[in-house]
Ligand binder design. Structure first.
Ligand code: RP5
Length: 161
């Protein structure tokens, strides 16, 4: 089976409601992806295997979402040079600020491109992945430009009641 260019990984099934936003955007842009539950704490061996094989499998971007002690994006970035885009999942206890800080504050040498908290961050992660892939794919670049133009065109100039 061919590996898609984008891997969406998340720490828990409970993250899927958020990460589905990334999947939906990728579908809209006709970008193939795979989605996997890979927990830094509950399935560390799965995390290691995913990161260790990412380059050889042909993954080009990894979107990693996690909440709370959100170590998945950073640990994945430590294991592979495939660019990792981190999505802080909103939490009940600390509203996702815990997730944000866990993902954002990486040490020099192992970057994670960190998005906003929650579903906007997940959608933007897909758009960021699309932008990266579009550098080498003119047809995707056109689809992404069209998507952006359509969004701009959908914003009314005058507010209404
Ligand atoms: C993290 O803990 C996951 O990324 C998730 O956001 C959070 C809660 O997980 P569950 O207890 O809902 O499985 O590892």
């Amino acid at each position: 089976m061919t590996t898609p260019p984008v891997g969406i990984i998340m720490g828990s099934q409970s993250d899927w409601a958020t990460m589905r936003e990334a999947a939906t955007l990728l579908e809209e842009l006709y970008i193939p992806f795979e989605a996997r539950i890979v927990s830094a704490h509950r399935t560390p061996d799965r995390l290691w295997d995913y990161g260790k094989t990412a380059v050889d499998r042909g993954l080009q971007v990894i979107i990693a979402g996690a909440g709370g002690a959100a170590h998945l994006p950073g640990m994945m970035a430590s294991k592979t040079r495939v660019p990792v885009i981190g999505v802080p999942v909103q939490t009940k206890a600390l509203s996702g600020v815990d997730s944000l800080y866990s993902i954002l504050q990486m040490p020099r040498g192992f970057p994670v491109a960190t998005m906003a908290i929650g579903s906007a961050g997940a959608a933007n992660a897909a758009l960021m992945a699309a932008g990266i892939l579009a550098l080498q794919d003119a047809e995707l670049a056109k689809r992404l430009d069209d998507w952006r133009d359509a969004l701009s065109a959908s914003i009314p100039e005058v507010p209404h009641d």
